[in-house]
Structure formats: C-alpha cells, structure tokens
Design a protein around this ligand. Structure first.
Ligand code: 5AD
Ligand code: SF4
Length: 470
C-alpha cells in the first residue's frame, strides 16, 4: 500500500514538472550502461522523463537534461562515466544542462564521494532504490537549483505503475524479480541492488497481457536470479499461489498460455536453482526459446568454491546433460570470468574443458575485475593482469572456433526468424533473430518487419547467418 501511495505522489510531481516545462521544447539525453535489467530501468526513467515534457535527443550537447544510468559490475564502466562527466562540463556551462546520475554505481560511497569532489556540477545523484523518485528529485532541482543526493541502502521494495517507454515495439523486457541473495564473492550486485524480492504474479501477467495486446511478440523475463522467483516470499512453503503460480516454473507455464506472445526468453538463471520443473516447463512449451543462458563463471570446482557458486564442475556438466536429454534442440550460452583470485593454470584448463564439452552457442567472457567491498577483492592470491589477459585470449580463441563450428550446423536448415527491420550495416537487407538468438540477414520486403517468418540458412559468417525466404 505504501509503495502504491509513493507512486501516486510521484505522479503528482510528474504533473508539476510537466506544467513548468509546458511550451519549452526541452530535450533529454540518456546513456545506459550494463545489463538488460539496467536497460529496463532506463525504459522507466525515459517513461517518467517524457511524461514530464522532455523529448529524447541522441546529441548530449543539445540536451537540457542528461541522465546516466550506471553499472558497477566491472571497472571499465567507472572510467567511462568519469570520461563522460568531464565532457559534460562545457555543455553545462553553455546550456545550464541538468545532470542526473543514477543506477548501481551510485550505491557505492567511494564513487559518490569522487563525483562530489571532482564533478561538483552534477545536479542529481539517485540510486537503485530511489529510481521511482526521479520526478520528485528533478522537481526539487528545478525549484531550488541546489544539488541533491537521493541514495538509500535498504533491502528494497517493489514498485508497480512507473510509466515506461519501451525501446522496441515487438520485443519487450519484463522484470520479474529484483535483487540477489547469492553473494558470489566476485560480485557487487547484492550490495547495490538489495535482497531478492519478486513481483506479484498478477502484476507480471497484467503487464505481459498488455504487451500481447499491443502487438509484442517476444518477451524476456529479467531478474538477477530468475529461478528463485517467489522463493524469498516463501510462497511454496506457505501453500500460496495465484492462478497456479508459486514458482518460476509455474510462472513460465502461465505466461506461455498468453495468446500473441510467441517467444519467451529469460535471464539469468543460477545453475544451482535449475530444478526439474523448470526443465520440464521449457521442454513442454513451444514458445519458450531453446537457447538457455546458464552462467558457468568457472569450470574449476576449486574456483567455483571460492566464488561461492554452490556447484561443482561435475554438477554443472550433469545439469547440461540432463537438460540436453529433456529439451530437444537445446542450445546454451554462458558467462565466464577469467582470472578470479587463486585461479591456477590447472583451474583455467578446467574452464577450457567445460567449454569444449558443452560447445556453447555464445560465451560472454569477462576478465575478473576487483570490486571494492566484495570478499574477492580481499583475497590475497590475485592473478597478475598479464596472465588474466593471456588466459582471456586463449579462451576467446577456443570460443570463436566453436562458434564457427556451431554456425556450420545451421547451413541448410529452416529457421523461424523474428524480423527486426533493415540491417544497420546494409539497409538494403533485412535482419532478424532465430529462436537461438542468432542474427540472420536476408533479402525481403519491409512489410515483414515484426513478423515471425521461416528462412532457409544458406551461409554462415561468424557473427551472423545469411538466409533466403522459403
Ligand atoms: N569481474 C568480472 N566479471 C564479473 N561479473 C560479475 N562480477 C564480475 C567481476 N567482478 C560477470 C559475471 C556475471 C556477468 C553479468 O558479469 O560473469 O554473470
Ligand atoms: Fe552476482 Fe552471483 Fe547474484 Fe549473479 S547470482 S547477481 S553473479 S551475486
């Protein structure tokens, strides 16, 4: 109830700012860093901002309001943010642009301190738990021009009814849960996004039904740990359910029934929580894409233990075998961190071994980045940078050779492709994605945009396939 009241209050702030801005033709620029959850948050920031009378611009030098939605999973995002803030100084002096920074990085004290010290012209700093209060924060800045910081450190709430402006009209992200309780030792997320909490199934179903009505065909269910949906709320233990939903598997089943939604994806599940009912739900629904993202992080049981991942190399491989046996046409993608504290050459060989055995469709590879405040940062046996880079290059080589091999399997097959529109590199051609999320380029009429069509794959080219309409 309190959260509903809070959103009502924010709607009033939206209205106040809109009235102030009327007739001014104001523009805003937004830069989003990091994962799809952050992108979904940015869609909400854009939703609120546009209701307050700002129009999107791609050119920050023309903007009256600049918003950065930050990520802090790896260090490179910090350098990027500070670089951008430096560039903004002149724009601010010239136009009086309001600068607002939000997101995960703002939950870190050493970062906000640095912003106050080195970039004092920043107007608003807001965190992950105060995103919904952006209208109020902006109103206050417009009223009294005094910079403000609105960051709190709490377990977190779930807010419904924040306006949203989607970036696509055919594919949509739907966050189903927030936060993380796993505390993998390399990861900053549990410290900046709070504890696990799930949205009520009713709210999720309403959102997906609305998307279906609006013509959306593909949805991606998002969460830091999607397969612990409703776990913290203890719905199963308490015998609670809504339309038969009391877990991730039952949510998947219910969403699969919604007419109009033709493809369902989800990221990210945790291997330790990949229960049989989830495997069965995937196998029994035509709509659930058979590309599953299953973060490995490391192939070494020793490293997995220090990472606090709660599974071994063998358990991961057994899970993959079980999934392959039960889910026809299964393909897998994964995340791997190279060079975590204590990783030996032998450990790294285990990672290469798992990659060889599983033959992933796609591997997102990361060099371990020490994060202040995590147990990993305090471990003594850190791997030297040059070894991390050298291992990364070896992994990349293996992954690329596997992608080429995998791609060859597509040639000659018929694939269902969701057409996205003209290709960026060659606007004469159309581009779309297969169920397994591969990019396919082909000749065709623009009227095919947003439709799912069948294509025959005629050739493969590392990062894309070529197809013809059949
Ligand atoms: N260093 C490198 N990669 C990391 N990830 C999370 N934390 C770190 C870190 N400190 C990677 C993990 C995760 C993905 C989203 O980012 O692989 O799955
Ligand atoms: Fe980070 Fe692990 Fe939680 Fe994923 S599951 S957000 S890697 S702590």
């Amino acid at each position: 109830m309190e959260t509903m009241q809070e959103i009502e209050n924010q709607k009033q702030y939206i209205e106040k700012v809109r009235i102030q801005n009327e007739g001014k033709e104001l523009k805003y620029y937004i830069l989003t860093m990091g994962c799809q959850l952050n992108e979904n948050d940015s869609e909400k920031i854009c939703g609120m901002t546009e209701k307050m009378g700002y129009k999107l611009t791609e050119d920050y030098t023309q903007a009256d309001l600049v918003i950065f939605n930050t990520c802090c999973v790896r260090e490179n995002a910090e350098d990027r943010l500070f670089g951008k803030l430096g560039e903004l100084k002149k724009v601010k002096e010239k136009r009086g642009t309001i600068i607002a920074i939000g997101g995960c990085m703002m939950q870190e004290k050493h970062i906000t301190e640095k912003i106050h010290e080195s970039y004092p012209y920043t107007d608003i700093i807001f965190g992950t738990h105060t995103l919904h209060k952006f209208p109020e924060d902006l109103y206050k800045i417009l009223e009294n021009k005094k910079k403000l910081q609105d960051v709190i450190d709490i377990d977190g709430n779930v807010y419904e009814g924040i306006p949203i402006k989607r970036t696509s009209n055919v594919k949509a992200s739907v966050t189903i849960m927030y936060g993380c309780n796993n505390f993998c030792t390399y990861c900053i997320v549990p410290y900046v996004r709070g504890r696990e909490r799930s949205r009520h199934p009713k709210d999720i179903l309403e959102e997906v039904n609305l998307l279906a009505k609006e013509g959306y065909k593909e949805i991606t269910l998002l969460g830091q740990n999607v397969n612990s949906y409703l776990r913290a709320e203890k719905w199963k233990e308490q015998g609670k359910e809504y339309k038969g939903i009391n877990s991730f598997a039952t949510l998947l089943k219910e969403i699969s029934k919604i007419d109009g939604i033709e493809r369902i994806r989800f990221i990210s599940p945790h291997p330790k929580d990949f229960t049989d009912d989830v495997i069965d739900a995937i196998a029994s629904s035509e709509k659930i894409c058979k590309l599953i993202h299953l973060p490995l992080q490391s192939g070494s049981t020793n490293v997995l233990k220090t990472m606090n991942r709660k599974y071994s190399k063998e358990q991961y491989l057994e899970l993959v075998e079980k999934m392959k046996a039960k889910i026809p046409n299964l393909t897998l993608s994964t995340d791997i961190i190279v060079g975590f504290a204590g990783e030996t050459e032998e450990d790294f060989q285990d990672t290469l071994d798992v990659v060889k055995k599983v033959c992933f469709e796609q591997v997102y590879m990361f060099i371990y980045s020490r994060r202040v405040g995590t147990p990993g940062d305090k471990m003594e046996n850190q791997v030297p940078e040059e070894i991390k880079h050298e291992r990364f290059d070896r992994l990349k080589e293996l992954v690329e050779s596997q992608i080429l091999k995998n791609n060859q399997k597509y040639v000659g097959t018929i694939q269902k492709v969701l057409v996205e529109g003209p290709s960026k590199n060659n606007p004469e051609l159309l581009t779309g994605r297969t169920d397994s999320n591969k990019v396919v380029i082909f000749e065709g009429d623009l009227s095919l945009k947003d439709k799912i069509i069948e294509l025959k794959i005629v050739s493969e080219h590392m990062w894309y396939l070529k197809g013809i309409i059949i």
